[in-house]
Design a protein around this ligand. Structure first.
Ligand code: FES
Ligand code: FES
Length: 156
């Protein structure tokens, strides 16, 4: 049976009606048409579906949508400000850190979450944190360069 609740996505309030089993990933992509959040493994293993919930990294594929009731969700579509890319997006662009780009929204949001939790992570902390994100194109060297660049920019 569908239940109705309200959540905020990228600063906009939405009321959705959905059954208790549906994931936030499906609500974002199918109901709100925010397809920047990608569907990968569906099992919490790849990080393609990463979003921020109240600023913290979450796998939208594992999160029942109703658990986002009253919360603030950020997807890749909401990361820019007034048309200006987020510094982490700029870092990924500067390093050319994408091939097919499927993993990129999750990589970028995960990096944003890292910088919120640890404003100046060392290399081991970066590697450990990004271990949760999979790139099926194996573009890891450039992705790590982008994360390191974002960290360096954040320290300025
Ligand atoms: S699709 Fe959610 S972690 Fe892979
Ligand atoms: S760039 Fe293709 S999955 Fe990472």
């Amino acid at each position: 049976m569908d239940t109705s609740f309200t959540l905020t996505v990228n600063g906009q309030r939405h009321t959705v009606a959905t059954d208790s089993q549906r994931s936030l990933l499906h609500v974002l992509r199918e109901d709100l048409h925010l397809t920047g959040t990608k569907a990968g493994c569906g099992e919490g293993q790849c990080g393609a579906c990463t979003v921020l919930m109240d600023g913290k990294r979450e796998h939208a594929c594992l999160l029942p949508a109703r658990d986002a009731a009253g919360k603030s969700i950020t997807t890749i579509e909401g990361l820019n400000t007034a048309g200006k890319l987020h510094p982490v997006q700029e870092a990924f662009l500067a390093e050319g850190a994408m091939q097919c780009g499927y993993c990129t929204p999750g990589m970028i949001l995960s990096t944003v979450a890292l910088l919120r939790e640890k404003p100046a992570p060392n290399d081991a902390e970066i590697l450990s944190w990004m271990d949760a994100q999979v790139c099926r194109c194996c573009g890891y060297p450039r992705i790590l360069s982008a994360v390191r660049r974002a960290v360096a920019e954040a320290k300025r």
